[in-house]
Design a protein around this ligand. Structure first.
Ligand code: NDP
Length: 316
């Protein structure tokens, strides 16, 4: 039986930062780098340029940044295990973590499995088509890339993300169209006002994008009015999904408290979950900020909290 002090599940900014702090505190963490929900490194692995991570004034690519995070976590003795966790048993301690191939027991666990942006299956947006060639699911991450400059940009969705990202994109695009499937927005009133008052934003009501077309990059979209079924082609430089996120927490159901939307419930201002010795960091518990820097920050918090809990119990 393999038994460790601390298991960290997930390998994005939160997981690697938690591992760095835990390793430096001699907790000899074991970190699961899963790949079921995307490559190790998390959502930044599918991002191109990261310009808003402090410390990199010239910007850095997502994969490069995560490579550095990984290396730094390893430097102090983190053990990395390339394996997906299938289930956990938090009913008794040490906790049992079951991966596809291994079974490990741990005194404490940090959950940092992140979330994934939802994508719609629209022809032209799939992997190998225009995904990451003008189609993305993160305006804040990708909006400033040169390919979007002075082009008509299309955001799909009607929630706060769609409106916030649409407004943000007006800095770069010639015009931003929010394509929404209904005739009213889900976004909060204040966000709606922001969109309505921005002359560069136009909302296409009762509409959906049915096709994305181009050459090496996106050049146009075909929009269908859901009510009239009428189709129209528009010039386009980019398509941004803003149809929500899904936390990677399915394997936790029945084990700890989750919000109704599936995110891990933590005590406000902490990374403490409903169970002692189980902590959650990064996007798996954050449906508000969702930034690499905030994920890293909570990864640090979770490691410090785990270390304190283990020390107090004489287990560190
Ligand atoms: P939401 O779930 O609130 O909105 C998702 C939007 O995508 C909805 O308008 C929905 O349409 C649309 N959508 C979903 N599925 C499809 C589909 N298959 N086809 C077409 N459209 C679809 O997600 P958000 O990411 O916008 O927000 C998540 C949470 O984060 C919310 O609580 C929000 O308030 C918060 N948030 C707050 C911000 C802020 O305050 N600054 C900024 C960003 C997010 P429909 O409306 O018809 O269901």
């Amino acid at each position: 039986m393999r038994k460790v002090k601390l298991v960290i599940i997930g390998s994005g900014p939160a997981g690697y930062t938690a591992a760095l702090y835990a390793a430096r505190a001699n907790l000899e963490p074991l970190l699961y780098e899963g790949f079921l929900n995307g490559p190790a490194g998390g959502q930044l692995m599918t991002t191109t340029e990261v310009e808003n991570y402090p410390g990199f004034p010239e910007g850095i690519t997502g994969p490069e940044l995560m490579g550095l995070f990984r290396k730094q976590s390893e430097r102090f003795g983190t053990t990395l295990l390339v394996e997906d966790v299938v289930s956990v048993d938090f009913k008794q301690r040490p906790f049992k973590i079951t991966g596809r191939e291994t079974e490990v027991f741990a005194d404490a666990v940090i959950i940092s499995t992140g979330a994934r942006a939802k994508r719609l299956d629209i022809p032209g947006t799939r992997d190998g088509e225009f995904w990451q060639k003008g189609v993305t699911a993160c305006a804040v991450c990708d909006g400033a890339i040169p390919i979007f400059r002075n082009k008509p940009l299309f955001v799909i969705g009607g929630g706060d993300s769609a409106v916030e990202e649409g407004t943000f994109l007006t800095k770069f695009g010639s015009k931003v169209y929010i394509v929404h499937r209904r005739d009213e927005l889900r976004a909060s009133k204040i966000m709606q006002e922001r969109a309505f008052n921005n002359p560069k934003v136009e909302i296409l009501w009762d509409s959906e994008i049915v096709r994305v077309e181009g050459d090496s990059l996106v050049r146009s979209v075909v929009i269908q009015n859901i009510k009239t079924k009428q189709e129209q082609s528009h010039e386009a430089g980019g398509v941004f999904f803003a149809v929500g996120h899904i936390p990677n927490t399915a394997f936790l159901e029945g084990q700890i408290d989750l919000h109704p939307n599936g995110y891990v419930r933590v005590q406000p201002g902490t990374c403490k979950t409903s169970l002692p010795f189980v902590f959650a960091a990064g996007d798996a518990q954050d449906f508000e900020y969702r930034q690499a820097i905030t994920a890293a920050g909570t990864g640090c918090m979770a490691a410090l909290e785990a270390e304190r809990a283990l020390s107090a119990a004489g287990l560190a």
